[in-house]
Design a protein around this ligand. Sequence first.
Ligand code: NDP
Ligand code: AKG
Length: 479
Amino acid sequence: MTTQTLNHYIGGEWLSEPAALDSINPSNTNDIVARFPAGDSGTIDRAVNAAHDAFPAWSAGSPEMRADLLHKVGEALFANAGELGELLAREEGKTRAEGMGETLRAARVFRYFAGEALRRHGLTLESSRPGLDVATYREAVGVVGMITPWNFPIAIPAWKAAPALAFGNTVVMKPAEGTPAMAVALARIFAECGAPAGIFNLVLGSGEAGAALASHDGIAAISFTGSRGTGAKVGAAAMAGQKRVQMEMGGKNPLVVLADADLDKAVGIAADGGFFQTGQRCTASSRVIVEDAVHDRFVEALVKRAEAIKVGPALADDTQVGPAASDTQLEQNLRYVDIARDEGGTIATGGERVDCETPGYYMAPTVVADTGQDMRINREEVFGPVVSTVKVADYDEALAVANAGDFGLSAGIVSNDAARIRDFRKNVRAGMVMVNLPTAGVDYHVPFGGTRGSSYGPREQGFAAVEFYTQIKTVYTGD
Ligand SMILES: NC(=O)C1=CN([C@@H]2O[C@H](COP(=O)(O)OP(=O)(O)OC[C@H]3O[C@@H](n4cnc5c(N)ncnc54)[C@H](OP(=O)(O)O)[C@@H]3O)[C@@H](O)[C@H]2O)C=CC1
Ligand SMILES: O=C(O)CCC(=O)C(=O)O
């Protein structure tokens, strides 16, 4: 396997600097996917300046020109989905099918926002004063900073960059240090599709560039996806500079299983939402709240399902769940298993590393039973293939437990009881509700985001993205 040497992409040029960091294949730690430079505040400065220089022509240009570019980028992602999906699996650790699926999703995001660039987003209104006209226009905000995570290294950059560019903004992106090769793959596609210099800039690195971007005076807005702790710092920097800010900071998503549910279906939904993609989804079904009448049977069946999952190298044909993306993520997963055990939980299956044919960050799908809502395993994001179960007496208690905690991203219910489903939809405190579905797995053309500690600022994705990436100008016209 080849090791790529990566560079920053600034003002339409590849800026070569000595490679200081490695991107390691989590399925085979002997395989170095890429070497890349550590951008600093100076690199961020150059990128923001390039984005500034590009902004006037890009924002004032025809929306058709922007639509054409986004369409071209989408088509290039479609055309290269096999190769990119493989690189994604190699660099991040999700399976080849998951990597390919994510690349196709990114392609569709670009296509969708090619359309959005041309759609009418302003309004004309009757004035309250006779003889006047009032209209609202939506204008680009300026240079937008983006700090993107490793768990969706092409879909999340796509769903932040595509709307930003569609509405006339220019972009400086700082991708996660774990997946720089995927970020560079996207930058290469922009370059090959003829993107005007400076509309999309990429600064690689770890340790300095993110904070430098969030606090840079030259950006008008910042969009972040990652942990709550780092989100709080991004938010503080944005407030200090009076910038727009949008943050998506994970979840502790409840899946409620009622006694009337088809048990087999409920187990399949819990396993899909909890274990697939190695549990590294902010929408993962990490807390399963089960009615007493079926709890023990549910746990037994979920354990069986977990034990049947084939864990292995991301690119092996029979792998269903790949490794954790990094050693620190694996350590975090194992640490939470210990914490749950110490707090009284029962490790019904898993909880340990798995050895595979190549050295990597493999972990067995894990079920932690006998947990209470007050335990850390049910209050903090683990981000691994770890599902805890909470036994409740009835639906009312299930709803109360689902609503406990600081997060509110996605919430699911498995039941055939229309009245309870309706009540759950209305009363659960979450930004997304899934009925008879895993809490993870979302469409790209509808709003994405949560309540409370999960999200801050306007929703991402689909028709909602216009709110963050444009500002309204209200124009009054007299005779
Ligand atoms: N919601 C989700 O989808 C995701 C949630 N997570 C959660 O976060 C946990 C840790 O993941 P990790 O990758 O370390 O995520 P972080 O939340 O720490 O984000 C890392 C990114 O933030 C940047 N950054 C760090 N400090 C600052 C700062 N003060 N201001 C602005 N940017 C900053 C880093 O760049 P630099 O180092 O250059 O400054 C890097 O690009 C996971 O275990 C998971 O629980 C992670 C990924 C996605
Ligand atoms: O569930 C999904 O499809 C999206 C999850 C996501 O955006 C995330 O984990 O960051």
